[in-house]
Design a protein around this ligand. Structure first.
Ligand code: FUC
Length: 804
């Protein structure tokens, strides 16, 4: 495989502001020829706050409704365990003496959150709470019994964020359209037919607990309060209202349902909200409903599409003609055996679709299931796991040109600081703030209830990487200044809590763990140990945090005591260590892993998402990283496979990255909730941990972007990991650090053209076949180091650098 064209390229600088190419007209859609049998076949719609998943059923349609703020639980007064700190000195001493097993026993017994913590993932009725579905909208008796069904189709358009169901029953063709409005902030279902007076059905709203359902004149109202887990009155309150606009039919009430008979067309408007972030949620629900009810459906639809496309159309990826005839599950299966590069492009854009649909500014971030859940007790409480999962959800945000959708993560990080300060001082007697490995909307920052996984204390510091990346991609100093105190507080926690390990005098975290893997102490292969000091991932995250903070202090002109302390501490962190066996060590000592194929590859944080290992700047470490990955193997849970795409892309091995993409796209059937190694992708292209967990979708999308463009090594690298079978293609609008959008096209695996539109003043370094060139953008003035035209043109190829 050739990773970069060997022929010289010409770089032409055009000063004229060009308009973006029009979208390439590709129809990007998921297609099905049967209704969904399981929830993992239903189609997700959302506007970042609320969403729904229709199953496209023929005589009965079930639509699961969601709201990102639908969380049970409340602040947990018991989480701060005031006894833990008494055991800290002895736990540390045992670690210093190499008696990790005894340290672990003490950790299990004492150094954990107070109370139930996350109740081992069953916290629906405990203070930690659980993300829950809002409820179900059920349509029944939707066509005359006895009619045979023909021409069934169900689809989700990624271009327009619209789902549709169509089928013919007898001589009538029925259509349903569904959208989660990005402009009017409510859910819409339009039910029609090609014959007048043909639309009849019953509709009800239901929820299996904590719901009062009442019929209104033109609709249904469902409301309730979720369990706060403390026997109190602090639970989240919600209100869901459905209004039915019926053209030409007769509406009646039947028990808990509304019935419409003989309509030409019916529009269902569903408005829903909670009081978690909005005290005035009832007024919001009412206003959104009454505003939308005044507008005709085509207007609502048009406004929705325009608002959605403003984000979606920023990026195109074309790897070949889309096949819109073959049902998506069949394309998914076929991907294992035959080339379908366009399917990879569809999957990439689906990740962008899910991000635009699942998250929005000023709201809670995407959780383990994004915005979508069909249960009241969601797996792992559908929470915010901070030892990779929440962060992975936001990996595509910058490179995929959805920077504003990164903001809920910043808001969330900021919201953890106050609780994180209490956790830092209560558990460690430390300065600053800390968040361990899981959290929720109630700002849970304490260690988890079991130290085997709950001891990791770099969750908050990992979130800080995202704050820095937002600056790296935008050059926006105002934002950097506003998040600086968050980074500073995270750094102060480590400055004041790391201890010196005895062999080399390095500064390390203690106690901690390498997410969620265990090792054996020499001479004891019976008892796996999790608790340790200075696991490699901690060191890498802290090194990055300190380095970013120093860069930020320089940019912002801040010089204070913390900056001084960081400068002193940085060289005292342990270096990355290569085992005599050739792989990168996961722990400070070269312990034998309990599970060499463990799904977490935490010690390669330095390779991705960080930039401390690279085949260019640290070739030896990159070799060790390869060996680590080969040892870990190409399987794992969905998100683990997605992470490995990113790793191999960073190692510039496009074919191996592609192999991992295939492994991520192994079809997963049913609603399997078994915690097993075999993962993949459900028929609706949701990632299977299993169960469904959305992080792998975003990790996969980010991985495809990493295969096409990278900018972490201080220069722009086009097509760094192009697999052989993506020999021809183009993309538009991917973003790079420094602040620019990039377009590129290639043929026969060779780059033909690039266009860069700078959005910030910056000196861009661009990798050419045989050297790195620089182009400076400053106050609309352009200059470059070699002159206007940089490299002679051969064979008519042309590379354009164009600046707006
Ligand atoms: C992490 C992983 C699990 C799962 C859980 C939600 O801790 O180790 O595989 O993804 O989060």
């Amino acid at each position: 495989m050739r990773k970069f064209p060997l022929i010289p390229l010409m770089v032409l600088l055009l000063l004229s502001p060009g308009c973006n190419k029009q979208p390439n007209g590709q129809e990007l859609a998921l297609h099905y020829d049967t209704p969904a049998n399981t929830w993992e076949e239903t189609l997700p719609l959302g506007n970042g706050r609320i969403g729904m998943m229709p199953d496209g059923g023929v005589d009965q349609e079930m639509i699961v409704l969601n709201d990102i703020t639908m969380w049970s639980g409340s602040e947990d007064p018991e989480a701060l365990n005031h006894e833990a700190i008494e055991y800290l000195p002895v736990i540390r001493q045992l670690l210093l003496e190499g008696d990790n097993l005894e340290a672990q026993k003490l950790m299990y017994a004492h150094f954990r959150c107070g109370g139930q913590g996350s109740a081992h993932g069953n916290s629906k009725d405990a203070p930690y709470g659980s993300f829950q579905m809002v409820g179900e909208l059920l349509l029944t008796h939707t066509y005359p019994e006895g009619d045979s069904i023909m021409h069934y189709e169900r689809s989700l358009s990624l271009n327009d964020a619209l789902a549709a169901t169509r089928f013919t029953a007898g001589s009538t063709t029925y259509t349903r359209e569904y959208l989660a409005s990005h402009s009017d902030d409510l859910l819409l279902v339009r039910i029609g037919a090609d014959r007048k007076e043909a639309v009849s059905f019953d509709v009800e709203l239901r929820r299996h607990e904590r719901a009062t359902v009442t019929l209104e004149e033109k609709g249904i109202r469902m409301e309730g309060q979720l369990n706060d887990g403390n026997n109190g009155d602090k639970g989240v309150r919600y209100l869901t209202r459905l209004e039915m606009i019926n053209i030409g039919g007769i509406t009646s009430q039947e028990g808990q349902s509304l019935r419409v008979e003989g309509a030409d067309e019916v529009l269902l408007l569903i408005s829903t909200a909670t009081d978690l972030l909005n005290d005035d949620y009832r007024t919001t629900v009412d206003n959104l409903l009454s505003d939308a009810a005044r507008k005709p459906f085509p207007k609502l639809r048009e406004a929705h599409i325009a608002a959605y496309r403003e984000k979606f159309d920023r990026v195109e990826l074309n790897l070949g003609e889309q096949d819109n005839k073959t049902p998506t599950p069949r394309r998914l299966s076929a991907f294992q055996t035959s080339d379908d590069p366009a399917f990879a492009a569809l999957y990439f854009q689906y990740g962008r679709y899910l991000m635009i649909s699942g998250t929005r500014e000023n709201s809670l971030p995407l959780n383990l299931q994004g915005l979508w859940a069909n249960q009241l007790q969601t797996p792992w409480n559908g929470d915010y796991h901070l030892n990779i999962n929440l962060q992975m959800n936001y990996w595509p945000a910058e490179v995929c040109n959805l920077a504003e959708l990164h903001k809920p993560l910043t808001l969330y990080t900021e919201s953890l600081v106050e609780s994180g300060e209490a956790t830092a001082s209560t558990f460690y007697g430390a300065e600053g703030w800390v968040a361990h490995m899981m959290s929720n909307p109630w700002q849970f920052t304490a260690p988890g209830e079991h130290a085997s996984w709950g001891a990791t204390n770099t969750g908050g510091a990992w979130l800080c990487q995202h704050l820095w990346e937002q600056y790296a991609f935008s050059g926006d100093e105002t934002t950097l200044r506003s998040v600086y105190p968050i980074l500073e507080g995270a750094a102060r926690f480590f400055l004041s809590s790391m201890i010196r390990e005895p062999k080399n005098g390095w500064l390390v975290t203690a106690p901690s763990s390498s997410p969620e893997n265990a090792f054996y102490l020499p001479g004891n292969s019976e008892e796996p140990v999790y608790v340790c000091m200075g696991p490699s991932m901690d060191v890498q995250i802290i090194r990055e945090l300190f380095t970013n903070l120093l860069s930020a202090s320089e940019i912002l002109g801040i010089e204070d005591e913390t900056v001084k302390r960081i400068r002193e501490a940085l060289p005292q962190l342990p270096p990355m260590q290569i085992s005599p066996k050739g792989y990168l060590q996961e722990w400070l000592e070269d312990y034998e892993e309990e599970d060499p194929q463990h799904r977490h590859v935490s010690h390669l944080y330095a390779l991705h998402p960080s930039n401390q290992i690279s085949p260019v700047t640290t070739p030896e470490l990159a070799e060790a990283a390869k060996m680590t990955l080969n040892r870990r193997g190409d399987e794992g849970t969905g998100w683990s496979r997605a992470w490995k795409i990113n790793f191999w892309a960073r190692l510039h091995d496009g074919n191996r990255a592609y192999k991992l993409l295939k492994s991520l796209l192994v079809p997963a059937g049913g609603s399997n909730t078994q915690y097993i190694r075999g993962a993949g992708t459900y028929p609706n292209l949701f990632c299977a941990h299993p169960p469904f967990q959305i992080d792998g979708n975003f990790g996969g999308t980010a991985g495809i972007a990493e295969m096409l463009i990278q900018s972490h090594d201080s220069y722009i690298h086009l097509l760094p990991a192009l697999p052989d079978n993506w020999s021809e293609g183009n993309f538009r609008g991917l973003r790079v650090r420094g602040g620019a959008e990039v377009d590129a096209s290639w043929k026969q695996n060779m780059l033909k053209r690039i266009e860069i539109r700078a959005t910030a003043d910056h000196t861009f370094r661009i990798k050419m076949p045989d050297h790195i060139t620089t182009v400076t953008m400053k106050g609309k003035e352009l200059s470059d180091e070699d002159g206007f035209i940089l490299i002679p043109l051969q064979q008519g190829e042309k590379v354009t650098l164009r600046f707006t």
